[in-house]
Design a protein around this ligand. Structure first.
Ligand code: PMP
Length: 417
């Protein structure tokens, strides 16, 4: 039972968990026994319709047969070689085919490693030390980006983590999201190696870029010799095969990927212009390495996932499900609120009438959101326990699942005051 496991976990792990957001499920987290299609099955035998989907990777839902088949086939051949394997060539070719900015790729093991490495490349390539990031954007759990970070860093009151040397802090410039004026002022100083941005903010709830924001960043960075990094760990292969850069038609110099490209197995990737990527060891002098880089299991799961995205109508299904849910949620809530949706992911904010940046998102009535989360969970729907995450849909969220969800959302949200 979840309660017994939680009692043990509290003595084993800081805060009882291995990633902070998981502790947000009150009074204690449910423990998952299995995942199948759109469902999670808990250790308490509750069946939940899942809109968290591993925080984004599972665009095909849980335990998709094509991914199982690919991973099983690979396991029979061994799973770690310490040498290159053909799986990495295949996955890189798919990424280069679809992601406009990608001419070369480096595979790592998480989104965190991807952004850490991309920022290091930008500093090595330009010879500059500083970076510009946006308030509330989350780029993982390394020093350079845990400054005004969103996601669990904001949820747990540490947008600015302890333990980061002040010398590191002094190299990070922060601007509000969707604020080109601030970005221009910072870039004009001429000492910024790169601007890193979530092309759609998915870590303060969902916040779309304003018209012209991404394009403006592209023009400004070009003008000032600064690299533009799109952190597409969430949006990559979610907003279509070409991610946010195709969706918004703005091409960065470097892109970081993760989540979907590993089909739910640990992964990260940096990709971008050939000349910039060649800064990496062994061709260049910016160091990156990893025992598990390009591990064949993650590669195989990623290939199977992208092949399914190519051949199926996953994008049609996920967009339809997200649109219907977001519209019905919007209609059901009777207090001031905002529903922000981009294509196939979304979030609702209560007690506010606009959410265009992190400061707006912080004004939302989080206690009401948490109450909605708790009631939905009791009724069999799992949405993120934190306001500062997103709801995702998968190809397994068919009409029946969506209709069942809508009636549950309605009965919970109509009563919120
Ligand atoms: N960048 C973005 C935009 C993310 O959403 C996340 C994780 N949610 C990361 C980076 C970090 O990825 P990981 O958790 O795989 O380290």
């Amino acid at each position: 039972m979840s309660h017994d496991l939680w009692e043990q976990a509290k003595t084993l792990f800081a805060g009882g968990v291995n990633s902070p957001v998981r502790a947000g499920v009150k009074p204690f987290p449910f423990y998952t026994k299995s995942g199948k299609g759109p469902y999670l099955i808990t250790e308490d035998s509750q069946r939940l319709i899942d809109y968290v989907l591993g925080y984004g990777p599972l665009i095909l839902g849980h335990a998709h047969p094509k991914v199982i088949e690919a991973v099983k086939e690979q396991i029979d051949e061994g799973w770690l070689y310490g040498t290159p394997s053909k799986t990495e060539v295949e996955l890189a070719k798919l990424i280069i085919k679809y992601v406009p900015s990608a001419e070369k790729v480096r595979f790592v093991n998480s989104g965190t490693e991807a952004t850490m490495t991309a920022l290091r490349i930008s500093r090595g390539y330009t010879g500059r030390d500083k970076i510009l990031k946006f308030d509330g954007n989350y780029h993982g759990a390394h020093d350079y980006v845990l400054i005004d970070a969103g996601s669990a860093a904001t949820e747990f009151g540490v947008p600015f983590s302890q333990g980061i040397p002040k010398e590191v802090v002094s190299t990070v410039v922060i601007c509000p999201y969707n604020d080109l004026e601030c970005s221009e002022k910072a870039l004009r100083r001429g000492d910024i190696a790169s601007v890193i941005v979530e092309p759609v903010m998915g870590n303060m709830g969902v916040i779309p870029p304003k018209d012209g924001f991404l394009k403006g960043l592209r023009e400004l960075t070009k003008e000032h010799g600064t690299l533009l990094i799109f952190d597409e760990v969430i949006t990559g292969f979610r907003l279509g095969l070409g991610g946010a850069q195709s969706y918004f038609k703005v091409i960065p110099d470097l892109t970081t990927l993760g989540k979907i490209i590993g089909g739910g197995f640990p992964i990260g990737a940096i990709c971008g212009k050939r000349e910039v990527m060649d800064s990496l060891t062994p061709s260049g002098r910016v160091f990156n390495a990893g025992t598990f880089n390009a591990n064949p299991i993650s590669m195989s799961a990623g290939i199977a996932t992208i092949r399914e995205l190519e051949s199926g109508n996953v994008y049609v299904k996920t967009e339809k499900a997200a649109t219907e849910l977001a519209e019905e949620i919007d209609k059901a809530i009777r207090i001031p609120h905002v529903v922000n949706r981009v294509y196939n992911f979304f979030q609702f904010f209560l007690g506010v009438d606009r959410v265009e940046n992190a400061a707006d998102a912080r004004k939302a009535k989080r206690e009401l959101y948490v109450r909605a989360h708790e009631k939905l969970l009791k009724s069999g729907v799992f949405i993120p326990p934190s306001q500062f995450e997103a709801l995702f849909t998968s190809s397994e969220h068919n009409d029946d699942i969506v209709n069942e969800s809508i009636s549950k959302f309605k009965s919970v949200l109509e009563d919120l005051v």
